[in-house]
Design a protein around this ligand. Structure first.
Ligand SMILES: NC(=O)c1ccc[n+]([C@@H]2O[C@H](COP(=O)([O-])OP(=O)(O)OC[C@H]3O[C@@H](n4cnc5c(N)ncnc54)[C@H](OP(=O)(O)O)[C@@H]3O)[C@@H](O)[C@H]2O)c1
Length: 257
């Protein structure tokens, strides 16, 4: 087996879906799950994947259980060479205290569930560059993955971890604003959601720069300039700065507790 994922819930299944055939064939991937319901769901959705209630010794392992279970689950694992934790707030040091594996830690985000994740990946004292490359390859199966130092993981949480919620808030606010401007709600919602998704798609083009894309659609004295002037005047940049800082600080606090 090339890789096993302990915890076949939302994130475990998202990773599995991205890894099949890009990282390894289904027959070389395993899921360790204690819940019968989740095991049955994995078997049905991913035929050929090895599903078991016990982890296999010697297999590189992804830890995708809820954070409060992470330490006790790792303590009970058989010896494995590499451990990649997706558990929010759990430090490599605390995992290294209960495993001899090379420990890699990452912070993915919910768009990983649709193959569009953005993850930061950090190595612990027990891991080296090969382990980092392995972690980046695993997370790269469900989106983009950037190497960061562990001290930056809280900032990754504040930006891309919490970021989808900021964008959902923008979509909500645009919908409400469209209704206030005279559109029916279903129409406003469809236009707002597609605008967010379409603009996001344009940002993915090679060499795209957000500031340039914005300038391209902003004629001096035009409608977009009028709207942007209000957003800038209301301090939108400072609001995002403060939001990311607050989420980063909260992640730091939660990591300590
Ligand atoms: N979902 C996201 O978008 C996201 C984003 C960033 C980080 N994460 C991280 O990903 C991790 C998993 O989150 P999730 O949303 O995927 O949670 P989830 O859907 O609850 O999945 C966790 C799964 O692990 C199973 N499990 C518990 N103990 C186990 C054990 N000893 N051996 C094997 N399996 C066990 C659970 O079964 P039971 O239900 O029976 O307990 C559940 O099916 C969390 O640590 C979270 O911080 C998730």
């Amino acid at each position: 087996m090339k890789l096993q994922i302990v915890g076949g819930g939302k994130m475990g299944q998202a990773l599995l879906g991205g890894l099949i055939d890009t990282f390894a064939p289904a027959a070389e991937l395993g899921v360790v799950e204690q819940s019968e319901v989740a095991s049955a769901a994995v078997t049905k959705t991913f035929p050929g994947v090895h599903v078991s209630s016990q982890a296999t010794e010697g297999v590189p392992t992804v830890l995708a259980v809820k954070p409060h279970l992470a330490i006790e689950v790792v303590r009970a694992l058989p010896p494995v060479p590499q451990l990649l934790s997706v558990c929010a707030g759990i430090t490599t040091e605390s995992l290294e205290a209960v495993t001899s594996a090379a420990v890699v830690r990452c912070m993915p985000n919910t768009p990983a569930l649709v193959g569009m994740g953005a993850s930061g990946v950090a190595i612990g004292a027990s891991a080296d560059d090969d382990d980092l490359a392995w972690g980046l390859a695993v997370l790269g199966a469900v989106g983009v993955a950037s190497p960061v130092s562990e001290t930056q993981i809280d900032a990754v949480t504040g930006l891309s971890g919490s970021g989808p919620a900021y964008v959902f808030l923008v979509a909500e606010a645009l919908t409400d604003a469209g209704v206030a401007a005279g559109l029916q709600r279903p129409v406003a919602q469809q236009l707002a959601y597609q605008t967010v998704a379409g603009a996001g798609q344009m940002l993915l083009a090679d060499g795209a720069e957000a500031a340039q894309l914005r300038a391209n659609v902003t004629t001096p004295g035009g409608t977009t300039a009028a709207g942007l002037g209000v957003l800038e005047g209301n301090g939108i940049r400072a609001a995002f700065q403060d939001a990311v800082a607050a989420a980063t600080n909260r992640s730091r606090e939660l990591g300590k507790s």
